[in-house]
Design a protein around this ligand. Structure first.
Ligand code: NAI
Ligand code: MG
Length: 361
């Protein structure tokens, strides 16, 4: 069976890092016969320049037909003065809502070879490997009513609504439990059930869905404690699941435990585990075109795609091991460089991953 992957390189370093991820996918495709097919589309500033809009109809069509989407990054100085509706970032937001991507997966892995990149003590973070599952299409970011109003006494008031329906909680719960099944089978649900009714329901539904996954150990934690525990003893966690706003904050905290933005992949999935796979970082216009960007976040995003959309866990493992092998040599891109290492380009880092794959296959 062929699987179609929409490739959206985007702007800045996007095309440079995407090229390396495709190199890796193509290598596995031809060696393991994965049956992957690639088709390119335009998004962001690149799409605006070519068509006048950041998310052309042709791209929407392409992603709807695709089984998964691999995206570089969007944005850059060149488009900063455009009207907000035409900005490159709008293309990505449009794509996310078009596809109903409610489940955002952000792993935080500390590679031992990069332990000194973290601001935390090595014993606290060494071997760190956690996954944050953030609800992405509901909660306070989308709740109605919302707005700014003027009260009778003339004072201004801002208001937003935290709202989750049972079905919204249920689907993110299933998503998180399924991920926990593929990992260490421990899931921590983060809420504020002692104060907010909405998250009381969150806890109730999580517990109920948990009965369908008896092999996964479910625990609950209040968000204030969770933020503290993430910094105090992050290795106690395997998978964490939480609502949109708590997840926004906790996933940024967790990602920075590892200390290097060039290493962090992400996935945003729909109900059928179709979705967008992209690095956490942006288009890095300050280094675009120099060939020095770190392609590993994008290569690791491609690994997540094989695991979560295509159920090709073994192929995903081999990419992750190859990244690890590449880091075991002394080559580093500039963002993860340290003394005594050899500084390499984007494509040399991609080549090192391929070489590591060659040794393993
Ligand atoms: P950024 O993540 O693009 O860059 C922050 C810093 O990290 C820069 O110094 C950059 O050179 C460095 N960096 C990022 N990725 C790197 C990599 N792979 N290798 C080496 N160094 C890397 O964030 P910034 O500067 O705030 O935003 C730049 C543009 O990207 C803006 O237009 C922003 O809107 C857009 N952006 C897009 C995102 C997306 O497409 N998902 C996410 C975040 C920002
Ligand atoms: Mg954020």
């Amino acid at each position: 069976m062929t699987q179609k992957i929409a490739i959206l390189p985007g702007d800045g370093i996007g095309p440079e890092i995407i090229a390396e991820a495709i190199k890796v996918l193509e290598y596995l495709n031809s060696n393991l016969g994965l049956g992957l097919e690639f088709e390119r589309g335009l998004i962001g500033g690149a799409a605006y320049d070519a068509t006048g809009v950041p998310l052309p109809v042709a791209t929407v069509e392409l992603v709807k037909q695709a089984d998964a989407i691999l995206l570089g990054a969007v944005g850059g100085y060149k488009w900063e003065s455009l009207d907000i509706s035409l900005r490159p970032e709008k293309g990505l937001l449009g794509l996310r809502s078009e596809l109903q991507l409610f489940s955002n997966l952000r792993p935080a892995i500390l590679y031992p070879q990069l332990a000194n990149a973290s601001t935390l003590k090595p014993e606290v973070v060494s071997g760190l490997d956690i996954m944050i599952v953030r609800e992405l299409t509901g909660g306070i970011y989308f709740g109605q009513p919302r707005g700014l109003r003027i009260l009778d006494n003339g004072e201004k008031q801002g208001y937003n609504t935290l709202v989750y329906s049972e079905s919204e909680i249920r689907r993110i719960a299933h998503s998180a439990f399924k991920i926990a099944q593929k990992r260490d089978r421990r899931l921590c649900s983060v809420d504020k059930a002692n104060v907010l009714e909405c998250t009381e329901l969150w806890r109730e539904v999580m517990t109920e869905v948990g009965k369908e996954y008896p092999e996964v150990e479910l625990t609950h934690m209040y968000v204030d404690n969770a933020s503290m525990q993430l910094v105090r003893a992050p290795k106690q966690f395997d998978v964490m699941v939480t609502s949109n706003m708590f997840g926004d904050i906790l996933s940024d905290t967790a990602s920075m435990l590892t200390g290097s933005i060039g290493m962090l992949p992400s996935a945003s999935l729909d109900i059928n585990s179709k979705g967008i796979y992209e690095p956490v970082h942006g288009s890095a216009p300050d280094i675009a075109g120099l060939g020095i960007a770190n392609p590993l976040a994008t290569i690791l995003s491609a690994a997540m795609m094989l695991r979560y959309t295509f159920n090709l866990g073994a192929a995903a493992d081999s990419i992750e091991q190859a990244v690890n092998d590449a880091l075991n040599t002394n080559i580093r891109t500039a963002d993860i460089y340290s003394e005594g290492m050899q500084k390499v380009s984007t494509s040399e880092m991609g080549d090192a991953v391929i070489k590591a794959l060659t040794m393993r296959h």
